[in-house]
Ligand binder design. Structure first.
Ligand code: SF4
Length: 334
């Protein structure tokens, strides 16, 4: 794979769910969960995806794993060994892709079967996917990945109920990594943990990313966590990408009014910053009936007539993309 080839690249990716018709005539309503997304995720990178609940983050993550139905658009995967067009990949290639692209679940309590030992939980993907042929081979791989996730041999013999939330999440991480994937979707993977444990799990993910050269899609509503671990951040609103930039650039000079509102809501220790949070009025609109023009116009304090009619496209300048007609004039001076 050349240095410039992204591990994952999407073009015009959409996931629409048709609902049951409520009227006798006319087309049934459609939930536009993900609507025309173009992203590139580099091999070995930590790519953050943020936005409010209902913005489409989880659906996008699931579409990249082929766990959500793709309505239109393309997903190209290229890890140097194999390349696939994920949107129309065949059965055999999809089986291979499942080894290469994995998911870490949000809830470490619900994700683990209470009737299986930790060894069996971690070994399950190896057996289901036919990666290892003998019990010795499976055990060796389980022990190797458990050590990477800071789990001891003693831990492997126990059942999930014997572990704390942080330890359970390390078991979930070990299970996701045991097939030696190249791409991992971590969907709110630390959201259910205490703040003190969150740092521990985040540091583990970063260490593993360096060691295994993995790419993470890190989905989170918590921008302070994203700032800590991600190299690049994309912001979603109502199924669309509204901003995308390297993390430092996005946090230093956010271009979209929605991103600025999200960043201003991060709690600050500086007393001068208190009370500066920009309140977002109203709720995120329904994806079955998105507003015309700019999807954010119903909540944007800077809305103009053009915004209600014309939808802005994502314009990229110096590696920083934004979809707002007026971002340049809205940037703070100086
Ligand atoms: Fe606000 Fe208009 Fe920009 Fe949309 S296009 S973010 S409504 S200023």
């Amino acid at each position: 794979m050349s240095k410039k080839t992204p591990l994952i690249k999407t073009q015009g990716l959409s996931v629409h769910y048709p609902l049951r018709a409520t009227k006798l005539f006319g087309a049934p309503p459609v939930v536009r969960a993900v609507d025309g997304i173009d992203i590139e995720i580099a091999a070995g990178s930590f790519f953050g995806l943020v936005g409010e609940s209902g913005s489409g983050k989880t659906t996008l993550g699931r579409a990249l794993l082929r766990a959500a139905p793709i309505t239109t658009g393309t997903i190209e995967y290229d890890d140097g060994e194999v390349s696939y067009n994920i949107e129309n990949v065949g059965k055999a290639d999809l089986k291979d892709y499942r080894k290469r692209a994995q998911l870490i679940f949000q809830d470490p309590y619900a994700a683990l079967s209470p009737r299986m030992t930790v060894r069996d939980i971690i070994a399950e993907p190896l057996e289901v996917m036919g990666i290892t042929k003998t019990r010795e081979e499976t055990d060796a791989r389980v022990r190797e990945i458990a050590a990477k996730c800071r789990l001891s041999l003693e831990h492997l013999r126990r059942f999930p109920h014997a572990f704390s939330g942080g330890q359970r999440q390390r078991i979930s991480i070990a299970r996701a990594l045991v097939s030696n994937p190249k791409f991992v979707v971590a969907d709110e993977s630390v959201a259910a943990l205490d703040v003190s444990i969150q740092a521990d799990v985040l540091n583990l993910l970063k260490d593993i990313q360096h060691e295994m050269g993995l790419a993470f899609l890190f989905i989170s509503h918590d921008l302070s966590v994203v700032a800590h671990v991600c190299d690049h951040v994309a912001v979603m609103y109502l199924g669309r990408l509204v901003e995308s930039a390297p993390t430092r650039q996005l946090f230093a000079a956010p271009r979209h009014p929605y991103t600025r509102a999200l960043l201003s809501a991060i709690p600050s220790l500086d007393p001068d910053d208190r009370g500066k949070a920009q309140k977002l009025d109203g709720e995120i609109p329904s994806p079955t009936n998105p507003p015309p023009g700019c999807k954010f116009h119903t909540r944007c304090p800077y809305v103009k007539d053009k915004c209600r009619i014309d939808e802005p496209s994502l314009v990229v300048e110096k590696g920083h993309g934004v979809s707002c007609h007026f971002w340049k004039e809205l940037m703070p001076k100086g």
